[in-house]
Ligand binder design. Structure first.
Ligand code: ARG
Length: 388
């Protein structure tokens, strides 16, 4: 979903931000102050904000507004099954950061604040985009992602999803080890410095080696995954103000790794390998070798995170929590926007309660948006459109 006015000039990312929509600002402030009585009456605040918008085209959120607005954006994230704990989001106000060195060290701090065993949901909010002004951003889709390489023979190493981005980073002079799990550098772009690459220090990267509770051979596959999923290319919009750099993280649900990252044919594509090691009959689909391999792969992921003491949830538990969230919100008189195709887990969908109902598909704000251009930059590792 594109915010009207945000991309009036589709070819020039720097010039896209329109003046803040005063009506959206007012809607947000009214709701924020209504839900938080301790903030006092909203009317005096509205007068100030209206004047600020009239004078500058934007306004500055108080710490409380920023913090509650970010929580509301999570609450409104229709693709997220993990919203029960939306109130517990830890909000780091980074609106004073300017240089890419500053941004980088705050991103390292973010990952450390998220933790490597007890994972806490954290968001770091960097400066808001100002009308007509360039803004800082991170090109990567997540703070931690694994590089992908295509060899001469057409075989791939690492995460195929990152091949084009990895190529672009190599074009900037970055060199990976060429392993299946090379952590990509962060590409941080600021108006003053252009794009600069940064290598994350080891203390910021928690990883879990994957083994299986019964199959001794599983560890030999050499699989591992990072502990923290930290989305870094979604725009946070609160009360008409856009925060193009607002990376956030939760903890993993096992199926994200076991049923998608490791299982998808265009990702690590591990099902044929696992099935072969299990000695399954792969000559016909009807043996359900894929499904049997999928279950063991997912057991391995859950068991390995548990063994390493790293927080992760399974899809049954997370589905039950989402049902609790639906009940809570209903009690509070709020709708819960949800996208069935994202909420239902990618394995055993019908075994979970979230499968057996319909949801409201609403675009409520505050919200996180993934802009087309951000998708392209994260995929291609360049701001220039690809020739092909
Ligand atoms: N599915 C994505 C991944 O595997 C992460 C998305 C966010 N997930 C989360 N649990 N907060 O990397």
């Amino acid at each position: 979903m594109i915010v009207p006015g945000y991309r009036d000039h589709p070819t020039e990312p720097w010039d896209r931000v329109a003046p803040v929509d005063a009506e959206e600002a007012e809607d947000f402030l009214r709701q924020c102050y209504l839900e938080n009585a301790r903030l006092g009456p909203v009317e005096p605040r509205l007068a100030i904000v209206r004047a600020q918008i009239a004078a500058t085209g934007s306004y500055v959120h108080t710490t409380e507004e920023l913090s509650y607005g970010a929580k509301m954006a999570w609450r409104n994230a229709s693709r997220c099954i993990g919203r029960l704990y939306w109130r517990s989001l830890r909000v780091l106000d980074r609106r004073r950061a300017r240089t890419s060195d500053e941004i980088f060290s705050l991103l390292v701090h973010h990952l450390q604040a998220a933790g490597s065993t007890t994972i806490r949901p954290v968001i770091s909010i960097f400066p808001a985009a100002q009308p007509g002004q360039p803004y800082a951003r991170v090109w990567n889709e997540q703070l931690i992602r694994y590089a992908g390489y295509r060899g001469e023979d057409g075989r791939t190493v690492g995460d195929p999803r990152q091949i084009t981005f990895t190529d672009a980073m190599r074009g900037f002079g970055w060199r990976g080890k060429g392993s299946d799990f090379d952590v990509l550098p962060l590409a941080i772009e600021t108006p003053a410095e252009g794009v600069r690459l940064y290598e994350l220090p080891e203390r910021a990267i928690g990883e879990v080696p994957i083994a299986h509770p019964e199959y001794g051979w599983f560890a030999e596959l050499g699989l591992r995954w990072h502990a923290v999923p930290a989305i870094s290319n979604m725009r946070l919009t609160i009360g008409g103000v856009h925060y193009p750099l607002a990376p956030f993280n939760g903890w993993y649900m096992g199926t994200e790794i076991g049923a998608r990252n490791f299982a998808d044919a265009d990702r690590y594509n591990m099902l044929p390998v696992v099935a072969e090691r299990m000695g399954l009959d792969t000559s016909r689909e009807s043996t359900l070798w894929r499904d049997r391999a999928l279950v063991e792969l997912n057991r391995a992921v859950l068991w390995s995170f548990e063994r390493a003491g790293v927080k992760m949830s399974d899809h049954h538990t997370e589905s039950q929590r989402f049902m609790a969230h639906l009940r809570n919100e209903e009690k509070a008189g709020r709708p819960v926007p949800a996208d069935w195709t994202w909420i239902v887990p990618p394995m055993s969908g019908g075994l979970t309660p979230v499968f057996h109902r319909y949801y409201d598909e609403l675009d409520l704000r505050p919200a996180f948006y993934l802009d087309e251009e951000a998708i392209r930059v994260a995929r291609d590792g360049t701001r220039c459109p690809h020739p092909h």
